[in-house]
Design a protein around this ligand. Structure first.
Ligand SMILES: Cc1cc2nc3c(=O)[nH]c(=O)nc-3n(C[C@H](O)[C@H](O)[C@H](O)COP(=O)(O)OP(=O)(O)OC[C@H]3O[C@@H](n4cnc5c(N)ncnc54)[C@H](O)[C@@H]3O)c2cc1C
Length: 497
């Protein structure tokens, strides 16, 4: 008797599309018996915690391999850090992940499967650079990609060359194995950039690089982590580079999804159907001799294996019994999320285009530190999107919605002129106060964490397996990494079963 058919005998309840049993009265384990009244029981070969891209892909692949699967998701929607932020008029704009670029093959293949097309991010004209109270313009395709032509550009170029050499020496996805791992993990990106640049312009742009890719201050990030992040910005045949991380054309910001990135997880979740249970935050995972019991609000599920598909920091909020091995438990205490927010303003037209501007900007002051043109493919209306980085959003912790709007529009006006002051709509999404994300775009490693605890990122703890973009070799931190991690963990669990 296979596990699936044996499990089918358990239930008096309905058998879901991928074979998971949800029964109103069954009590498969001690943990289930102590569950609050009204809690339903379920069983499957594999329970997946989290319906972000990584969890959805693991579910897709395991179901396709004939395993029964149940996905428990805390929110009322799929997608996690991929989210269409409502604009208040029935439409949305990307509040979380947005862009896709070259070598991100796995998210590209998924989008194609889901029938979601892509289009080029608007990139015609000049970018705005705002520093020390002065606004200037620079060409997008200069020698250093998106770097303004000034402010110690030679200094910066030399530092980037040195960085590029170091990136080549990082084994992608296993940075703790680099020959100089200990030396690089003993310092922050800030200390390295201060020792390797002399001009304030180069230093500002080095900090802006860390901040715009990770939304962490460069003082908080291990040099080794950042080197691996750049090394991972490629694929099996194309090595990762800093340029591919930061550029629009030829880089990670090259394209967007028609209808918004959330179309990808939303359509995938719809295909998976009723194997996903929403509003079911998992509180504890109990491993016993007969398998695993996963206790969520309203449902207790038993399984042979469980996949926790989220960032290490958020995985650390679940209670594990027995306690996880120390290296995994400690890793989850040492992998904080960045802090990031997006502010968007909607205008009748993308007026900055007529002014010869791409809509992209970098700024050293104001609430917004980087911007993009988020207009729809036909440019039928103009949408400016501004990233608020860690320090900037923290200043707005206690701000009212009106204050946030005023701060966002003040930035847009400084960067793009008075026409930016009067939008039709605005919207704001911050991630650091989202209970089920804890920040974004990605979990980062401070000094010392990767060399001591890095191998615990992917190593299964008995029947408990780990997915999430943070566990990916290539494109860690991106949707592509999330998809890759789901594919990897599905193979791992299928083999283990
Ligand atoms: C503002 C922002 C901008 C970004 N921009 C880009 C971009 O342009 N391009 C790009 O490729 N990537 C971008 N990213 C990163 C991208 O969103 C992530 O890499 C990717 O979505 C992560 O997917 P995941 O499945 O690993 O994790 P998540 O999306 O975090 O999924 C985890 C899921 O687990 C659920 N969950 C958490 N705890 C529990 C629990 N206890 N019980 C049940 N469910 C739980 C969560 O609700 C969530 O649905 C951005 C992210 C942010 C926040």
């Amino acid at each position: 008797m296979t596990r699936v058919s044996r499990r089918r005998l358990l239930g008096t309840g309905a058998l879901t599309a991928a074979g998971a049993v949800v029964a109103a009265g069954a009590a498969p384990s001690a943990a289930a018996r102590t569950a609050p009244a009204g809690t339903v029981s379920a069983s499957a070969d594999v329970v997946i915690v989290g319906a972000g891209l990584s969890g959805l892909i693991a579910a897709r692949d395991l179901a396709a391999a004939g395993r029964s699967v149940l996905v428990l998701e805390a929110r009322e929607r799929p997608g996690g850090r991929v989210y269409g932020m409502p604009l208040g008029d029935g439409t949305t704009s990307e509040g979380g992940a947005e862009f896709i670029g070259p070598t991100q093959d796995r998210i590209a293949a998924l989008a194609k499967d889901m029938g979601v097309a892509t289009y080029a991010t608007y990139n015609e004209g000049k970018n705005v650079y705002y520093r020390d109270g002065k606004r200037s313009l620079y060409a997008t395709d200069g020698i250093l990609g998106a770097v303004p032509p000034d402010w110690g550009v030679v200094d910066l170029e030399l530092a980037l060359l040195r960085l590029g050499g170091m990136i080549k020496d990082v084994p992608v996805g296993e940075p703790w194995k680099a020959a100089k791992a200990q030396e690089w993990d003993a310092q922050t990106f800030f200390t390295w950039s201060r020792s390797n640049t002399i001009s304030s312009g180069a230093r500002f742009l080095m900090d802006a690089f860390a901040s715009s890719t990770l939304s962490m201050r460069s003082q908080e990030v291990s040099l080794l982590y950042l080197l691996n992040y750049a090394a991972s910005a490629g694929n099996e045949s194309t090595p990762g580079t800093v340029d591919r991380l930061i550029n629009t054309k030829g880089g990670a910001q090259e394209s967007r999804f028609v209808g918004g990135s959330q179309e990808v997880p939303v359509r995938l979740a719809a295909k998976l159907g009723d194997i996903i249970r929403y509003n079911a935050p998992v509180r504890s995972i109990v491993t016993g001799s007969g398998g695993v019991t996963v206790n969520a609000d309203g449902i207790t599920a038993s399984a042979e294996r469980v996949i926790v598909a989220m960032s290490p920091a958020i995985a650390g909020k679940i209670d594990y019994s027995p306690a996880l091995p120390a290296s995994r438990a400690q890793l989850m205490q040492r992998y904080p999320m960045g802090s990031i927010a997006k502010f968007v303003a909607v205008y009748d037209t993308p007026f900055w285009r007529a002014d010869g501007l791409t809509g992209q900007a970098v700024a050293d002051s104001g609430a917004i530190d980087a911007t993009f043109d988020n207009s729809p493919p036909d440019g039928s209306r103009g949408i400016l999107m501004g990233f608020m980085n860690q320090a900037n959003i923290r200043k707005l912790d206690a701000a009212s919605a009106a204050d946030v709007r005023a701060a966002g529009l003040d930035s847009f006006t400084k960067l793009f002129g008075d026409k930016a002051a009067d939008p039709k709509l605005t919207a704001f999404q911050r991630w650091d106060n989202e209970v089920w994300s804890g920040g974004g775009p990605v979990g980062i490693a401070p000094p010392g964490a990767l060399t001591a605890f890095g191998p615990a990122l992917r190593a299964a703890c008995g029947p408990v397996h780990w997915a999430g973009t943070e566990t990916s070799d290539y494109w860690t931190g991106y949707m592509d990494g999330a998809v890759r991690s789901g594919e990897r963990v599905a193979k791992e669990v299928h083999a283990a079963l």
